[in-house]
Design a protein around this ligand. Structure first.
Ligand code: UD1
Length: 420
């Protein structure tokens, strides 16, 4: 087993190039299945979840080739409409192939998707929406069979602006007969990026960036080339790391417009933050101050994916910071591990209170989900001495060349076999 050894206690200074967004690349890769063609996806992050999406496409009969920072996907010969449970179970976003396969073949056979253990993660909104488009949905011993010889138009209102359900509706609706109006749609920037890709394929979609999307189904589709948006969660993670450790960081290829509440929180904590055209810089000025209340919410609110990294950034802040998690019910698994560094955190229901301590101490910890593991890395970077972060597999799912990027900022990190 390998682990990430971190000799912490140094400031982080330098430049980081932000990779393409995981949460945009995954639905875009699913979208390549809708219409057989050769797609070139630039700035496609080199992470395990993208590799897994590629494996799913290959299982369905497509071909996937990485060429540097780009992925070339050929779905011309893809004929499969079933995804094995072993692949479905590894990642939540595998469920996005449901809408794409229904659109292409009128059939899809899947099992329940896996992903980070963040509490109950049902897919009822996805399945209800597919039924509203005319698909029959049969659940049998953990398997999901969807069939729709012809998807039709509909007005669908989501009970909650689910990111995945919004994406699944978009993917299925582009090939339906008629018009689909999706109300209470999620407004995350990654959805706008998926819409941009579908439009580049020829799809007719109106309402980008709003909570009402109108898709005129049946427009002729074509293969295309596309560049994925920058990863706002990766950007936020590096900003939190620098805020926690002290230093000065420049993110290149980052879009500050997507980071509003994160930058506001870091500014409240005493950091100097500056947005450029495609850069964001952060400079710390002495010890951080606690932040009043960070409440996660659907976009444009504070992203749930940044709750854990922000908590790690504020472990040494002066005063008490409060967090309230409203999106996922079990998203405090990192708290017990953060306490091993000497952090003072109390969890009550869906809230957490962090009392800043003067210093952290090194620890051996294990991440159990992607962003929680990133929080442990941020804590270890602040603790003078050698820490060990286990659960590398989670970090690999979502962070492109993490160790190299941290080293370029002056961090002392190395992946090595774990000495017991
Ligand atoms: C996506 C992101 C994830 C992020 C999350 C919220 C990807 C690949 N993942 O996940 O990083 O943390 O958005 O911003 O883009 N829900 C239901 N029924 C459903 C679907 C969702 O009850 O059918 C609930 C979930 O349990 C959760 C909430 O809705 O409590 C938000 O989930 P959703 O927006 O669907 O997140 P994901 O698409 O899974």
């Amino acid at each position: 087993m390998e682990g990430l050894y971190i000799d912490g206690g140094r400031p982080l200074t330098g430049t980081v190039e932000i990779s393409g967004a995981k949460n945009a690349a995954l639905p875009i890769l699913a979208a390549t299945m809708i219409h057989g063609g050769v797609y070139t996806i630039h700035r496609c992050p080199d992470i395990a979840d993208v590799a897994l999406a590629g494996e799913i496409i290959e299982t369905l009969g497509g071909r996937v080739e990485r060429r540097g920072g780009s992925l070339v996907v050929d779905t011309r010969e893809a004929r499969g409409d079933a995804i094995p449970g072993a692949l479905m179970g590894k990642m939540r976003a595998s469920v996005l192939f449901l809408g794409a396969l229904l659109a292409r073949f009128g059939r899809a056979a899947l099992t329940a998707p896996g992903g980070c253990p963040l509490g109950r993660r049902p897919i009822d909104l996805h399945l209800d929406a597919m039924a509203r488009l005319g698909a029959s949905v049969v659940l049998q011993e953990g398997a999901i069979f969807c069939e729709a010889p012809c998807l039709h138009g509909a007005v669908i209102e989501l009970l909650f602006p689910s990111v995945g359900a919004t994406e699944n509706v978009l993917l299925a609706a582009v090939s339906c007969k008629g018009t689909v109006v999706l109300q209470n749609a999620a407004r995350e920037p990654e959805i706008a990026d998926l819409i941009g890709f579908l439009q580049a394929m020829g799809a007719e979609i109106a309402g980008t960036g709003t909570d009402t999307l109108t898709i005129r189904g049946g427009a002729p589709l074509r293969e295309t080339t596309y560049t994925v948006m920058p990863d706002r969660i990766e950007a936020a993670t590096f900003l939190c790391a620098c805020a926690g450790c002290g230093g000065e960081i420049l993110l290149s290829g980052a879009d500050g417009r997507h980071l509003g509440p994160v930058l506001d929180a870091l500014t409240d904590a005493g950091c100097r933050v500056c947005r450029g055209r495609d850069t964001v810089t952060l400079q710390t000025q002495g010890r951080l101050r606690a932040v009043r209340e960070i409440e996660t919410a659907p976009y444009p609110g504070f992203p749930t994916d940044v709750q854990a990294p922000m908590m790690a950034a504020l472990l040494r802040a002066q005063g008490e910071s409060r967090f309230s998690e409203t999106i996922f019910e079990k998203r405090f698994a990192h708290v017990a591990q953060l306490r091993r560094f000497g952090a003072e955190i109390e969890v009550v229901g869906a809230g957490a209170r962090v009392r800043g301590v003067a210093a952290l101490e090194p620890a051996r910890v294990e991440g159990t989900d992607l962003r929680g593991a990133a929080a442990l890395v941020i804590a270890a970077l602040q603790a003078p001495g050698r820490s060990l972060v286990l659960g590398l597999g989670h970090l690999r799912r979502g962070y492109d060349h993490l160790e190299e990027k941290l080293r370029a900022l002056g961090a002392n990190v190395a992946v090595k076999p774990v000495e017991s």
